[in-house]
Design a protein around this ligand. Structure first.
Ligand code: GLN
Length: 454
């Protein structure tokens, strides 16, 4: 049924870069056979899923939205991919994304934009716009994204779906093509909080193949989502981050947020205001740290080891072939990041830029620590505006970057955060998201609050 639905609507939405019909039907049949043979299967066995095209899939194209990897078929599965398969989840295909996960609109894909199912003239968020759009268009009930600065939560917010960035190190990065290694985190996308929790427990957990993987029990997010569903938040203290309002925020988004806070109070939560002054510097710090790590990570695309090779006519040196290939295959935003990152890391500028950004990162972590001494979770709008029009911010990188104003602090601190649908804006009738943030390894706290609010 989901493959049929993809056939009907994906021409217009373009959530998928690759639909693996054969692989999906074979995976579904394996689950049927297991059930027929009386073998035990997991709670999500047979449930279809859309996988962001940044996770490697053995023998199935993995492009990262880039011309650089247009024809690459990885020889191995990412740990996330492997765990999905082991759980009997049916991978329908790979979803569209901003090139190498750099963007907030999915317009930076080399293969054309994804459209928001709520309004096809608008963006579905980014970088994981394909994953969230596939949920909103009912092409898949579950999806996987990655969140380096908001790429799960912001698409979730603007498509009216749930998106979770787990604690950094909670989900293995093995086989997740690196953008900014100290920030990248895979996570679940779904239409309900409980669905996201069930998927979270499938993909999370220690992995010796990822040196930053946390060797600790997976937070009990399914139990928390079930507990929250009783709608009782008495005993929970919620902090409203005062920095996330004012200029740049749509009035409709702020009114939706106020209504959400009122509802949390009604459910029994105690609500207090919390100031996190260093959050004002999160965006500039992120746009030094993420491009710095990207400039290093993307050096591997050298026209030799994988993917595309252009200009190799037996007269040119390896360096010339590399330069021609990178010039032709990287898009404008990826080139911008490589240049910013290389500059920020260069000797003489390192202390002024990268070093300062790392200090800001520490201050942001401290703001979180101090806040969580007073409150159980923090809340804010997920993103300052509803889905904007395709093309509206395409020539204005700074306007594009501002979509991640509220989401970036949690990436810099490594703490978990999620977006849960918060109704439609009374300004334009488009979906708004409520962001809930929790301390490291306390992912279950935000699931409880989200399930109660949902
Ligand atoms: N939009 C942000 C960026 O362009 C975040 C991307 C992400 O989380 N992958 O870097």
């Amino acid at each position: 049924a989901h493959l049929d639905r993809i056939g009907e609507v994906d021409g217009a939405v373009h959530a998928f870069l690759h639909v693996d019909t054969e692989g999906a039907l074979a995976a579904a049949k394996r689950v049927d056979d297991d059930i027929a043979a009386g073998k035990p299967v997991g709670p999500l066995a047979g449930v279809p899923l859309a996988l962001k095209d940044v996770f490697t899939t053995e023998g199935v194209p993995t492009t990262c939205g880039s011309a650089m990897l247009a024809t690459w078929k990885p020889p191995y599965d990412a740990t996330v991919t492997r765990r999905l398969k082991e759980a009997g989840i049916v991978i329908l295909g790979k979803t569209n994304m901003d090139e190498f996960a750099m963007g907030s609109s999915t317009e930076n894909s080399a293969f054309g934009p994804t459209r928001n199912p709520w309004d096809l003239d608008r963006i579905p968020g980014g970088s994981g716009g394909g994953s969230s759009a596939s949920l909103a268009a009912f092409e898949a009930p579950l999806a996987i994204g990655t969140d380096t600065g908001g790429s799960i939560r912001q698409p979730g917010s603007v498509t009216g779906t749930v998106g979770v960035k787990p604690t950094y190190g909670g989900v293995s990065r093995y086989g997740l093509v690196a953008f900014s290694s100290s920030l990248d985190q895979g996570g679940p996308c779904a239409r309900t909080v409980l669905d996201a929790a069930l998927l979270h427990e499938v993909i999370a957990g220690y992995d010796p193949m990822d040196s930053t993987s946390i060797d600790a029990p997976v937070p009990p997010v399914v139990a928390a989502a079930r507990e929250g569903a009783n709608g009782d938040l008495s005993g929970v203290t919620v902090g409203v981050v005062t920095q996330f309002s004012g200029e740049g925020y749509q009035a409709g988004v702020l009114r939706s947020f106020e209504a959400a806070v009122a509802q949390l109070k009604q459910l029994g939560a105690e609500v207090v205001e919390i100031s996190c002054p260093s959050f004002d510097y999160a965006l500039p710090a992120y746009y030094l740290i993420a491009p710095s790590e990207a400039s290093s990570n993307l050096a591997r695309f050298d026209a030799m080891r994988y993917g595309a090779r252009h200009g190799d006519d037996d007269t040119r040196s390896a360096e010339e072939v590399m330069a021609i290939t990178r010039d032709q295959c990287f898009g404008a935003e990826v080139k911008r990041r490589i240049m910013i990152g290389t500059y920020a890391l260069s000797s003489g500028y390192y202390d002024a830029y990268y070093g300062s950004a790392q200090k800001v990162r520490t201050l942001i972590t401290r703001d979180f620590q101090q806040a969580f001494e007073k409150v159980d979770v923090l809340v804010s709008p997920t993103t300052p505006t509803t889905a904007f029009k395709i093309g509206e911010r395409a020539d204005d990188p700074i306007a594009m970057y501002k979509a991640d104003l509220c989401t970036i602090p949690a990436n810099l601190a490594g703490t978990p955060a999620m977006s849960v649908p918060s109704g439609l804006s009374d300004e334009d009738g488009l979906p708004v998201g409520l962001q809930i943030m929790a301390p490291a390894l306390q992912d279950h706290r935000m699931y409880r609050v989200a399930a109660a609010y949902e």
